[in-house]
Design a protein around this ligand. Structure first.
Ligand code: MTE
Ligand code: MOS
Length: 742
């Protein structure tokens, strides 16, 4: 079997040699390309009083200025009809009001600078707390309820309440948003785009141009990272390129600079939460009453589904019999916040992990013990009514991390170290992850594939998923070769295109392999069925014989996930095919003078079912974990309160995790004996769940900070827990220490 073999990423050699082609690399291979540059507004909120493109035409090289008057179809870049492609009202600092096309990017930039725009500034809201105070909301209020939360809180022995706030996160994919469009002699539009959702890009381009879907083809070669940031954000840029190509008859390229990308595109949602929680005498959770408000930015795009997933993950791996979780999306004058690895799940889970981390010292129970005591057990269901299958895997992964990570010995070592060290303290924390796999929106859980076998026995596969570095194509090659029973070298994969596989879902929700893998397998099985009984010593001989016998050698595969249902109004159902589980233990050391810290060691056990591609999965676990550490400890988005300008616009001010932030010791194991029946070759999704294992680092930092105070110190830790935030947490713990001893 080729599935299950540790293989390098299918494009690894191309990536490291620079030979891999990304969308914008095609510009150099295309003639007469025009370059696009936006005119970005310098206000958080303003009415456009006058827009005069004429001066731009005096700039040598400028060919065309695109404005709202040029749109033949619908002036909207989204699916919620709240995202004008060319706005008349500026909704955030950096909002593009029009675009200039020119012979060179430099000419386009100068042209954009020459466009004259008069603005009438309007009142703006940039801060999430201000939005809550002003009741500035958008979209539906969501309510998830189970049991009787008031009765649960009344019956609880211990009740605590608090607030939890967490910041968003910039995707910082290496490849910024990019599209290259051209129009052929019959008016057919072809857009090459760095998009996780080619079908939706196609639909938006069509509606902006007033065309049908069959007039537009979108192709995605590969992405230099998406992380959710290319699920919905690429559509408008693709539409600008397509509109420009239509009006000028020349290929048009849109490729954002880093500063444009960071100031114009949506990010992970920051959240604010209030909570009341009740425990029984043994520290078992009896009730959680929580209100989550996400910072949606100026328009909805994916904010409602992100919020929905957040509410569906406030339980994480813990059984809470009585839950009330209310969710709202705030409207602020910021970029439109969007999908980001975990899709709200991390924000929901952070709430309960923060609750447990803060309450453990108040209950007098060690945090690891408190967490474990509350794990789901067989027969229990989530607050939205889905039975939790295989909860014993949480316990199994926990055990494995405890043993392989030698937690008993190291916990004693940490205590001894802290005893002897007044100015540096260590923390060691272990946290679980339970993450639902499938799109909450049931219809998205379908996929297609097209498998072609040529007369010589070589195989070409197409599927609806996109490659963003996660190794989906590698897995699809393995699935096709395994199913057909041919060597990997016989199978090739063609770029993702909407004219090969139509009506695809976004490659998202970590479900790319589950969905497309099953569709590829289905197509291969259809072909095998037709080949059954065809004589021949080899695959090639049988295929050739089959051709002569006039047997169809290609097939369209299809898959839809069975057994899913979801009532979005009631927030109840069975939205997930299964849960992906994982456990991580992290040890940190904090310097009491500065709050700076290092991650000394991390041990992870992740449940990926029967891994299709162990090396790829290992990379996903490591990458996801480190990206989570970035979100929770380093990456600090700052908006200027005066004019709503994003102050952290580049890698010099926005700190990303790099090699130097990698844990000094990083052990990753995949859970064994973990076949997932009903999923492709027994495998499980891996793309997003490991990100949330990074909670172990945050909780270790909390415990290290607590060690600067007296026993029982409950530490409130800001998120991100930057060295500065950790420093203040240490100071607060120390103050408690002073009053306690004094
Ligand atoms: N890994 C890499 N290298 N680059 C990415 O952009 N995106 C993540 C994850 N892993 C991403 C990644 C996100 S947000 C998702 S939803 C999944 O990959 C999507 O791919 P899959 O469904 O094939 O797992
Ligand atoms: Mo991933 S956030 O579902 O693209």
């Amino acid at each position: 079997m080729i599935v299950g073999t540790p293989l390098p990423h299918e494009s690894a050699a191309l990536h490291v040699t620079g030979a891999a082609l990304f969308t914008d690399d095609l510009v150099g291979r295309t003639r007469d390309v025009l370059h696009a540059h936006p005119v970005q507004a310098p206000h958080a909120h303003a009415r456009i009083v006058r827009l005069d493109p004429a001066p731009a035409y005096d700039v040598p090289g400028v060919v065309r200025v695109l404005t709202g008057d040029d749109v033949p179809g619908v002036n909207d870049a989204g699916v919620r009809h709240d995202e004008p492609l060319f706005p008349t009202e500026v909704m955030f600092h950096g909002h593009a009001v029009c675009w200039v096309l020119a012979e060179s990017l430099e000419a386009a930039r100068l042209g954009a600078a020459a466009v004259e725009v008069d603005y009438e500034p309007l009142p703006s809201i940039v801060d999430l707390r201000d939005a809550i105070a002003a009741e500035s909301y958008q979209g539906n209020r969501l309510l998830l309820e189970s049991g009787d939360v008031e009765a649960g809180l009344d019956a609880a022995v211990h009740v605590f309440e608090g607030e939890t706030e967490m910041a968003g996160q910039e995707h910082f994919y290496l490849e910024t948003q990019a599209s290259l469009a051209h129009v052929d002699e019959s008016g057919q539009i072809f857009v090459q785009c760095s998009t996780q959702h080619p079908t939706e890009t196609q639909e938006i381009v069509a509606h902006v141009l007033g065309l049908h879907s069959h007039d537009v083809t979108v192709q995605c070669l590969r992405m230099g990272g998406g992380f959710g940031g290319k699920e919905m954000q690429p559509h408008g840029y693709a539409a600008i390129a397509a509109l420009g190509a239509t009006l000028t008859g020349r290929p048009v390229r849109v490729r954002l600079t880093r500063a444009q990308d960071v100031t114009m595109t949506g990010k992970r949602h920051g959240f604010h939460a209030t909570w009341r929680v009740g425990f029984d005498a043994d520290g078992r959770l009896v009730a959680l009453d929580t209100a989550l408000t996400s910072d949606g930015g100026w328009s909805l795009d994916l904010s409602e589904p992100v919020l929905s997933r957040a509410l569906c993950h406030v339980d994480n791996a813990y059984w809470i019999p009585n839950v009330r979780a209310v969710g709202r999306v705030a409207r602020t004058n910021k970029t439109s916040q969007t999908a980001f690895r975990g899709f709200g799940g991390p924000q929901g889970m952070l709430v309960v992990e923060d609750v447990l981390g803060r309450c453990a010292p108040l209950l007098g129970i060690a945090a690891d013990e408190l967490r474990r005591r509350n794990f789901y057990a067989d027969g229990q269901a989530t607050p939205y009514g889905q039975p939790v299958r295989h909860p014993e895997r949480i316990e199994r992964a926990w055990q494995q991390v405890t043993e392989s990570g030698e937690l008993a010995r190291r916990t004693a070592e940490v205590a001894a170290f802290n005893e002897a060290s007044p100015h540096r303290k260590r923390g060691l924390a272990i946290t679980p992850v339970k993450f639902g796999i499938s799109f909450n929106f049931t219809s998205f859980n379908q996929a297609g594939a097209l498998v072609l076998v040529y007369k010589d026995g070589s195989v070409l596969i197409n599927h609806g998923g996109t490659e963003m570095g996660q190794g989906l194509h590698t897995k699809m090659l393995q699935v096709a070769a395994s199913t057909l029973g041919v060597p990997l070298a016989k199978v090739r994969l063609a770029p993702t295109r909407t004219d090969k596989v139509p009506n695809t879902s976004a490659t998202a929700a970590s479900s790319g392999t589950d969905l497309n893998g099953a569709a590829v397998k289905d197509a291969c099985e259809q072909i095998l069925e037709r080949l059954a009984g065809v004589p021949g010593d080899t695959w090639e001989a049988r295929v050739h014989r089959a051709y002569l016998d006039r047997i169809q050698l290609f097939a369209a595969g299809y898959y839809k996930t069975d057994g899913l249902h979801w009532d979005p109004g009631a927030m109840r159902g069975n939205p997930f095919k299964y849960f992906a589980y994982g456990v991580a233990a992290s040890e940190v050391e904090v310097d009491g003078f500065t709050g700076s810290y290092v991650v000394r060691r991390v041990d992870v056990v992740q449940d990926v079912g029967d891994s299709l591609s162990p090396l790829v999965d290992l990379g996903q676990v490591e990458g996801g974990f480190v990206q989570g550490v970035g979100w929770l400890t380093l990456e600090d988005l700052r908006w200027d309160g005066r004019d709503g300008r994003l102050a952290t616009q580049s890698a010099s001010t926005y700190k990303l995790p790099s090699l130097s932030e990698m844990p000094e010791v990083f052990n990753v194991a995949l859970l064994e004996d973990a076949t997932e029946t009903g999923a492709v070759y027994g495998s499980k999704a891996v793309g997003e769940p490991p990100l949330m294992l990074a909670f172990s680092v945050r909780e270790a930092l909390r415990q290290a900070a607590a060690a600067f105070g007296p026993p029982g110190t409950s530490v409130e830790l800001a998120s991100p827990a930057t060295p500065e935030a950790v420093f203040w947490a240490v100071e607060r713990a120390r103050e408690r220490s002073l009053s306690w001893t004094g």
